[in-house]
Design a binder for this molecule. Structure first.
Ligand SMILES: NC(=O)c1ccc[n+]([C@@H]2O[C@H](COP(=O)([O-])OP(=O)(O)OC[C@H]3O[C@@H](n4cnc5c(N)ncnc54)[C@H](OP(=O)(O)O)[C@@H]3O)[C@@H](O)[C@H]2O)c1
Length: 289
């Protein structure tokens, strides 16, 4: 990893919310940022303020040619990337049966395949450097799934699965991976970045309407402060021993804690059934050897 004054960050979705706030915090610290956005003009105030350390690049993560071009521009301008932040994303809300295949696939294109494409475009540079840190924006919903948010949560579960394996694949190359799991933070997420299902099936209303209402009522009132989240992410990047999962917000901590407890309780309640499924006399080793 480069010394902190020379660290180069590459952030997706830096127009608003976490992406922009993190970029501002990094620039305030004297580091360098490639601010990528679908509309780069939205971050021109930052490139004007920090002309030598901020570069605005057009990037829709669902467009492979823009992914390659953005990484190329970052390397051509600053010579390296030290921290990749896969932040771009949005939420689709509705019961599983209510959402069309098209809406579901679009959600995966951004939250999963977009992040995957950017990661694969940046990794050769990190491998060559033998250093780097990838922050993948999951959510509390990447660990706990909620009725009415199953498709959004499934994209974040996918990203967690990718990140957990990736962390182990690249550790020996000096590259670190951290999954960021925020609870409710005050960004544009519950407003313009929230896609609600067009159709509503009355049978699901009793189980999902309160969650949908909560999301809408909470817009602008979320307890989480993106500036404090940005400082926590910087702290993780600066740590000699960064976490695989960086959970942010007391709401996220308590939801994940409750899930861990319930998974463990269920695992042990059904352990006898689980362990008695091998062929007679077969030796059961650890998965993966
Ligand atoms: N806020 C929360 O409570 C919360 C909680 C858990 C996880 N998260 C995660 O945090 C991340 C950032 O969201 P946020 O809360 O900061 O909301 P936000 O303020 O709405 O920001 C979302 C960002 O993603 C960008 N984006 C969306 N689709 C994109 C695409 N195809 N290509 C490039 N950029 C794209 C948006 O760009 P445009 O300006 O062009 O639309 C915007 O910059 C997301 O991954 C979200 O799932 C948020």
């Amino acid at each position: 990893m480069a010394s902190s004054s020379h660290r180069v960050w590459f952030i997706t979705g830096s127009s608003t919310g976490f992406g922009r706030t993190l970029a501002e915090a990094v620039l305030d610290k004297g580091e360098t940022v490639v601010l990528t956005a679908r509309k780069p003009e939205q971050v021109e105030d930052l490139t004007a303020k920090f002309p030598n350390r901020a570069l605005a690049v057009r990037l829709d993560v669902t467009k492979p040619e823009e992914v390659r071009e953005a990484v190329k521009q970052a390397i051509a301008t600053f010579g390296r990337i030290d921290v990749l932040v896969n932040n771009a994303g949005y939420g689709t809300m509705g019961a599983i049966e209510e959402l069309s295949d098209e809406v579901v696939r679009r959600q995966f294109e951004t939250n999963v395949f977009g992040a995957l494409d950017v990661t694969r475009a940046v990794l050769p540079h990190l491998r060559q450097q033998r250093s780097g840190h990838i922050l993948n924006f999951s959510s509390v919903g990447g660990f706990v799934s909620f009725p009415g948010a199953g498709i959004y949560c499934s994209t974040k579960f996918a990203l967690e699965g990718i990140s957990e394996a990736l962390a182990q694949e690249v550790a020996h190359l000096g590259i670190k991976v951290t999954i960021v799991e925020p609870g409710a933070f005050r960004t544009d997420f519950n407003g313009r970045s929230l896609v609600l299902s067009d159709t509503q099936i009355a049978d699901y209303e009793p189980v999902i309407s309160s969650f949908r209402q909560w999301l809408q009522d909470n817009d602008g009132k979320q307890p989480g402060d993106p500036k404090k989240a940005a400082l926590a992410m910087i702290q993780a990047v600066e740590s000699d021993n960064p976490p695989l999962r960086l959970t942010l917000g007391a709401d996220a901590v308590s939801a994940i804690d409750a899930k861990l407890e319930s998974v463990k309780a269920e695992l042990y309640a059904w352990k006898e059934v689980a362990v008695n499924t091998a062929f007679e006399g077969a030796e059961v080793g650890a998965i993966g050897g």
